[in-house]
Design a protein around this ligand. Structure first.
Ligand code: SF4
Length: 437
């Protein structure tokens, strides 16, 4: 019998709700949380619990997100809605799981007496391959290889929520990849908080390149392997080499840089300077000339001067990233930056957010234009909801759910999961349009 401390949140929920329930799950936050939701459903369906639409459910599990203000509010609003449903007798049980309950268990207990079970985050298992009910469309999947983070960025609550950094063993990951390949998955999205730290805990060295070699041996139906959430200082040359030479690994790298001013990076505890960041980017582009870079930045970090912000705007204009996410600094208690003086006003944060997004929009328009006339392999995600003969897909340069899409004109009937050649005929701010070749 597993030690209580190590009992999985999914197991605790299963014991609490028993069997033969009509259940539904609401997932919030990132792809990592989605994988935890898949594991919760995997565990509960072992017990003859039937997954139904929320309108027919007796038991609802809400897997919350709790890392920044806006995300916390979204999860709290959903709990309030479920509590109202229960008060109206439309629900028997409410289960709250995930990052918000890991961080604010006592508050939820006190504020929401109608909540039956409160569990924290799922503890990543090193060797066990857990049953999952996949919540992504069948043709793509998220593969979580590690959890939490060593980096301790001063604005980030995640290490405090997720605990110590954990990697799964190569054996357990390869076993899951074999399963996903059998299920005819086409696109494998590899995730963690920092996948470039993979293996430091269990193999005592960065082992993502080694893991990719093992995964590549098991991919017959899987055509694309995408790497998400990389940390700048953990990117190694052997990782760049395997990305460069393996066709199945998307020439797409997601590396949140967060800022470029060395002073701000220091206060963010990012362990990298402007000079080192620039050197890394040119090394990546030299080794993988066709690589597309996704990154994200925080505006309005405490004490960020207008000059430091303008330095970031110039950086974005000069470096011409393919995809950029911009976040306003979120004042998170129990993070080191919380205590910093010089907190930036909402008005200034909003203005900086708009200016940086505006700068990136001009870059994106220009980059998109350059695709016109090119032929790309497109993974079909779905038929267009309105236009007949039009399909919505993505190239290897578009991650699911966060990046743009490619609209494909085709007189031939296409299926979800088809990988087809398309000639790009037009470009929008973030999306492309093309004809089946
Ligand atoms: S690398 Fe990401 S998850 Fe880790 S502390 Fe920094 S922001 Fe948080």
């Amino acid at each position: 019998m597993a030690k209580e401390a190590e009992k999985l949140s999914a197991q605790i929920i299963s014991e609490q709700i028993g069997s033969n329930n009509k259940i539904s799950l609401v997932n919030f936050g990132c792809a990592r949380n989605l994988v935890d939701s898949q594991i919760i459903l995997g565990e509960l369906t072992k017990n003859k619990n039937k997954i139904v639409d929320i309108s027919k459910a007796e038991v609802v599990i809400i897997n919350t997100c709790g890392f920044i203000e806006s995300a916390k509010k979204e999860s709290l609003d959903a709990i309030v809605e479920l509590v109202d449903l229960k008060k109206e007798g439309k629900l028997k049980k409410i289960i709250v799981a995930g990052c918000l309950s890991e961080r604010y268990k006592e508050v939820i207990e006190k504020e929401f007496k109608e909540v039956d079970v409160i569990v924290g985050v799922h503890k990543l298992q090193k060797d066990k391959v857990l049953k999952q009910v996949r919540l992504t469309p069948k043709h793509f999947a998220y593969l979580k290889i590690c959890e939490s983070c060593y980096n301790k960025c001063s604005f980030c609550a995640i290490p405090g929520i997720k605990g110590e950094f954990r990697s799964r063993s190569i054996r357990s990951i390869v076993e899951e990849v074999k399963q996903l390949d059998k299920e005819k998955v086409r696109e494998l999205n590899i995730i963690g908080q920092d996948i470039t730290a993979y293996g430091i805990d269990i193999y005592k060295k960065k082992s993502l390149a080694k893991l990719l070699k093992a995964i590549l041996k098991e991919t017959k139906n899987i055509k694309w392997i995408r790497l998400l959430y990389m940390f700048p200082t953990h990117i190694t040359d052997d990782l760049l080499d395997i990305i460069a030479c393996e066709d199945k690994i998307c020439k797409y790298m997601d590396i949140p840089f967060q800022h470029i001013s060395s002073k701000v990076l220091k206060k963010m505890n990012r362990n990298i300077t402007k000079k080192q960041t620039m050197a890394l980017i040119s090394n990546i582009r030299e080794k993988i000339p066709q690589v597309k870079l996704r990154t994200s930045f925080i505006v309005g970090f405490p004490q960020e001067t207008n000059d430091e912000f303008e330095e970031l705007v110039d950086f974005v204009k000069d470096q011409r990233f393919d995809k950029v996410g911009v976040f306003k600094y979120s004042h998170e208690e129990d993070t080191p930056a919380y205590k910093l003086s010089g907190q930036i006003s909402k008005k200034v944060k909003d203005a900086r957010f708009d200016k940086l997004m505006g700068a990136q929009l001009e870059v994106s328009k220009d980059i998109q234009e350059k695709f016109i006339g090119r032929e790309l392999m497109i993974l079909i995600d779905e038929p267009h909801s309105e236009d007949k003969g039009v399909y919505v897909g993505r190239s290897e340069y578009d991650a699911p759910e966060v990046d743009g899409v490619v609209y494909v004109h085709s007189t031939k009937k296409l299926k979800v999961g088809d990988l087809v050649k398309v000639r790009i005929t037009d470009a929008y701010d973030y999306d492309l349009l093309g004809d089946l070749v």
